[in-house]
Design a protein around this ligand. Sequence first.
Ligand code: 5AD
Length: 448
Amino acid sequence: MCYAIPGRVESVEGRHVAVSYYGQIKRAVNELYSLSPGDYVYAQGGFVVQKVSPAEAEIILSTWKELFFELQELDSASIRPSLMNIAPDSKLAEILKAAEDVKTLSEDDLTFLLSLEKRSEIDALCGAANRLRHSISQSSCCVHGIIEISNNCRNSCRYCGINNSNARLSRYRMSEDEILSAAREAVAKFGFKSLVLQSGEDCARPIDELVGIVRRLQKDNPVFLIISFGEYVGWSGLEALYDAGARGLLTRFETSNPEIFSKLHPDSTLEERLAFIRRAGEIGYLITSGGLVGLPGQNKRDLARDVLLCRELGSQMYSFGPFIPHPDTALAGRRTASEIEMLKVTAACRLAAPPEAVVPVTSAFETISRDARKKAMQSGANSLMLNLTPLKYRAMYSIYPSRAHESESLDAQIADATDLLKSLGRVPMDIGIRTQRAEISTSASTTP
Ligand code: 5AD
């Protein structure tokens, strides 16, 4: 399976193109090619990443066509009727209805949703999020691959296993060649169209070197590239990395509660973190942010504020993971967030986020629950992440213990993800940007 299907350019307005995937229209920004209606492209993260010849595109599209509509039907069949099993005049029904009408949810509404305890009510919340996901992004699911390029870190974040005071951890730093060859394999051999490069705040790698890696990676591989190196790159580094071709930034604020933030982060402040993320947004990066669920001292209102902070930051991907205590940190022995808490957060993100934002299933969630992917994808999630870090380094990127996919080959991960997408009726393709609900609901009558 390829990690995105190509689409046909329907119309071009300056940098903005409308791309049709068997009649489903998604918007994308084109910075790279001269495009006209009838051309074929791959898009990721709402950006055109590659133009392909009509002959190549048509072969892929004809192999996919039947399956595409089958999967779409399967997904549609999984959507449950509105507000099943809850009283229609209840507060919950009122909030879910407002959310499905894409009305903005308040902090009180989100706190209420995150505090639900009854199974039937949580099911209604997750069902509403799934229905909204379906109405805004239909069967599309974006698939990213992450390469963790170094576990060296200058910081001492209290929860993180790769913090610089963990002397028990063996450290690694992938060389430029190793990074480029992992990226090349992901793109050329496995068809990934979106990559994340992540590391601890590894000061021993100069920013210029990172910029060079990003530039070469972009030159050789048509891909939507997200960087996640923390704040050490600075504002000037953010600009240089953008100029080199990075288009997404993954930096979590971790918690919107300043007191909890300062207890956990001796090396930075919430204000600085937020200023960094906002600066990236101004430069033009697509922002992925979010936080940890179940941190010591965190309550439901904090989580509601986290979700709203994502929205305020203009985040296009809401990335939340459960806090998992690492034995070699100050928070060893604390409790791990539960599957139910994570499902509520996933659904709350979908209901609170603007339509174009993506909700991923995070690897930490997969670590605490075998069914995380399936259940999260049925609670509003529409994005998956596969781990492309070379196996010899993967276990060393020990931000929390026993990470999912720690020793799983890429082939096995791909087979697994493919089976899951097929069983749920999802198609690996771009979600697009600024897509109007009215526009995407026009159903497929034309095929490319
Ligand atoms: N449990 C869960 N997630 C963690 N991270 C770091 N340590 C842990 C932990 N113990 C997450 C942080 C960071 C991301 C790279 O890893 O949210 O942003």
